[in-house]
Design a protein around this ligand. Structure first.
Ligand code: SAM
Length: 352
């Protein structure tokens, strides 16, 4: 097994850009090609999930630091038309809080070759917006939901809004977003008993559920490997209610390992970022709401694209900065490495 497969960081620091092959795409030193762009549209959120944000929120990015719609559209155009990005996912923070979201989506949908456009959201207000988002060009949605219990949802998110999430998911499905994916994080002593009910709910409603292992990206830096609910535990729990068989289709760059539920056609995914890292297949590049480029969720450095954008850099120059950033991508996220340091930015400010 190689270091890349193990998710080890191997070489950090600035690699020699002169060894990079002269190719337009976002290649790195380990043979990976990034084609999937995660764009955070805001670091703000209207939930306060205990593992993601403190009750009082965080120090939000000052508005002048956030990319304008025009700046964002320019970076998206560079990514798609020059750098080979084929998939764009909008996230945050909560992307539905971004004013003009539909305009950002339609500008993205107008690019050629037209990228696939998806969004990760908490689902609040999706019931009102699903039709206009689809009309703008949204292709797919992932809705985050960690519990089916109203009181528990209130406690976990510090908001009594479970009903809005249910309505949002149903509206997404009715608007033709298919499949509606549901993302769940199980936390020990909080909702670890809900693996089976969550999957039952997803199967009954035609949603596609994926469990995500909790990663060290909390603002409190309180993540603890020993209290994380692992993929193996999740699968053991699911086996008490369902028969799971590995899905025959190739996994490709997808983070989720997938299983057929009771013979199919329903499937369930488990994203085991910590215990079964999939860095070797990573095809992601990430842009924060304030225009910082990251080559990994866990990278310690960022490339500022906002300053050059605002000081007259050409599209060619920005594309070259993007290529150099991805060339420097480490082999793995390094979570399981003795010297691992959690990045300063929490998940909500990077874009989950
Ligand atoms: N607000 C949107 C939402 O709720 O989906 C998008 C941003 S949110 C940060 C994206 C996803 O990251 C959510 O599914 C959330 O549960 C997950 N998340 C947050 N912190 C996490 C962590 N430390 N480890 C794993 N997933 C996390």
């Amino acid at each position: 097994m190689t270091a890349v497969e193990l998710g080890l960081p191997v070489v950090r620091g600035t690699p020699d850009a002169s060894t990079r092959p002269n190719t337009p795409g976002l290649v790195d030193r380990f043979g990976r090609v990034a084609t999937d762009l995660r764009v955070s549209l805001t670091d703000r959120c209207n939930l306060r999930c205990t593992y993601c944000m403190p009750a009082e929120g965080l120090d939000w990015l000052p508005q002048p630091e956030v990319l304008s719609d025009d700046e964002l559209a320019r970076l998206l155009a560079i990514a798609v038309t020059r750098l080979g990005v084929t998939d764009v996912r909008f996230t945050g923070g909560e992307p539905l809080l971004r004013r003009g979201l539909e305009d950002v989506i339609s500008a993205t949908a107008a690019l050629r070759p037209r990228p696939k456009i998806s969004m990760t959201t908490n689902g609040l207000s999706l019931a009102r917006r699903a039709d206009s988002l689809v009309a703008a060009g949204l292709n797919r949605v992932n809705v985050s939901l960690d519990t089916l219990d109203r009181a528990r949802f209130h406690e976990l998110t510090r908001r009594d809004r479970l009903h809005d999430v249910f309505e949002g998911m149903a509206a997404a499905r009715a608007a033709g977003l298919d499949p509606v994916k549901v993302n769940s994080v199980l936390l020990r002593g909080v909702n670890e008993d809900e693996a089976v009910p969550l999957l039952r709910f997803a199967v009954e409603n035609g949603y596609q559920l994926r469990f995500i292992e909790q990663m060290p990206l909390d603002p409190q830096h309180g993540w603890d490997r020993t209290s994380m609910v692992t993929a193996a535990e999740i699968l053991d729990s699911l086996a008490t209610g369902f028969t799971l068989t590995p899905e025959p289709a190739a996994r490709g760059g997808a983070p989720a390992e997938r299983w057929l539920v009771d013979g199919g056609p329903a499937v369930v995914g488990v994203i085991a970022s910590v215990t079964r890292p999939f860095c070797a297949a990573c095809d992601r590049t990430r842009l924060t709401a304030d225009g910082q480029l990251r080559n990994c969720l866990f990278s310690q450095s960022e490339t500022d694209l906002r300053a050059p954008l605002r000081s007259g850099a050409s599209d060619d120059e920005i594309a070259d900065m993007w290529r150099a950033t991805m060339w420097a991508k480490a082999a793995g996220h390094g979570i399981n490495d003795a010297g691992f340091h959690q990045p300063d930015r929490p998940m909500s400010a990077i874009g989950g």
